[in-house]
Design a protein around this ligand. Sequence first.
Ligand code: GLU
Length: 618
Amino acid sequence: MPTPTRRRSRTVAALVTAAALTTSLSAARAAPDGRHPGEPPRTPVATGYGGAVASVSPYATQVGLDVLKHGGNAVDAAVATAAALGVTEPYSAGIGGGGFFVYYDARSHKVSTIDGRETGPAAMNTDFFIDPATGQPLAFTDAVNSGLSVGVPGTLKTWTTALDKWGSISLKKALQGGIDVAQNGFIVDPTFNGFTALNQTRFSQIAPTAQLFLPHGAPPAVGSVFKNPDLANTYKLIAKDGPDVFYKGVLGQEVANTAQHPPTIANPTMNFRPGVLTAADIAAYTAPVQAPTHVRYQGLDVYSIAPPSSGGTTVGEALNILSNFDVSPADQVQALHLYDEASRIAFADRNRWVGDAAFNDVPVKGLTSAAYGKERSCLISPTSTLTSPVAPGDPSAPGGGTTCPGGAPVGTEVTGTEGLSTTHLVTADKWGDVVSYTLTIEQTGGSAITVPGRGFLLNNEMTDFDFTPIHPGAPDPNLPDAGKRPRSSMSPTIVLKDGRPYMAVGSPGGASIITTVLQILVNHLDLGMSLPDAIAAPRASQRDRSVTDAEPAFLNLPQVPALKALGENFVLVAPSGTPTPEIGAATGLQFLPNGEIQAAAEPARRGGGAAMVVHPAR
Ligand code: GLU
């Protein structure tokens, strides 16, 4: 066993030199394998020893891997990877946003989480998104493209909290890889180009955003080198002065000022309403360390995020419902039907019960209890499909009911406005520590507002609040309020077997994060797919709606006609916020029985992710 002091006493030699990887980028020309000089490999699966990293970006994965190679632990690598994602995935992640961090500590065998969710300004109230001129809620996109949508960023506080509690390197060292990539640049791929193009209209309205992301009035060309010297300097300033320069200093003041006065071009054609975020809001921010949610499934312990995310309770409830059935590869139609129905019911409860627990009595225990899952499972029929919206249950006294509660539809369908942005990373080290970390700025491109001269976008996380009660007259735990955190769907998950890490997984995708994580778990744990296959498999997403979103490949599955005969109503997922119709962009890792670690990313979604291990062979 390692000694308790190992993390602090370990020497981290020379850290990361993503610089070495990227020095030749200015002369970038693709090699026959399609890779440019200096571009790290984009390999979706890696198997080996000594630690692993998976993320959507080869550069970020490489930065995290270099930290591990130099003696850093999983937390150090996760923060370094996240800092690099802030450079290469600036539309999904960065210090202008927030996220949720789940950590398994190999020494104590304990799972802890950090709530780095963005927080509502003190001036927020329940009518925040009601237009005073009309008395009606603002249009979603009008709210997104405004200073009103910007919450206090939690990402930097997440990093410092994680490093202080469990890390072995300084923030300065953890930021170095990201600084190198920002300074030297990365090769623009079709995904980055496509995301920029999707945002071109609104990006063109904000002067510093247009200057950075539309360098010649257009999205950076595929194959060109994208540098972000402003972000490199921002990271350097934080590295030098510490996180207080953000939360209590000049960066915080600039963030607040930018949200209050969106820096539009002269004569903008869009109305970016001013926000109300203040430096005092930013100074008051905390990223609490809190207990994970926990459910047992297939003899394993599944840990994820408690409120303000609905990820842990909703994935957990669905698993508890599925525990009451035989979900097996022998009957793939029933397996998919059960997956859809369990998710439908869990979403009905999520929408009714889950919000910021500091503002609502969220029945986390009931929602994640096996008894409640059993109670709710009685709604599912093997021969028909429930009608949405399903009536929420009462998790306060799980198992109390002797009859199956009615499943009559209630209220109006919640269509959800969460985008398909965000990013997820996983890391593991040679000691067996594991991190599963999802971070976001909400929509792809956040609020579209870049802090002038600082190289990062501000989140639009406040639009994750419901603007008005979703079922008029019924309580809604997710209305805006001062100091409140909007409900999230992020579901970074770590699964233990006999108290030791078994796997970790997570994904972006707004509310479909929950179904993506659930489907990967079902694919792997019930249907026997390897983790890479479970990630690659075609996806569908049922979120208590009359329709079930499905990817093109899912619609071609041989089981679909039989599922339709049961009443499932699949629709091709709208490519909202992405150039292609796809659901999620997961990463995960698994500890294989032979002692190897397998890290896995998407082979195709979002252009494919990158997995790496420290030692491919023992
Ligand atoms: N804001 C979303 C959430 O917290 C994530 C955004 C996305 O993945 O598109 O659930």
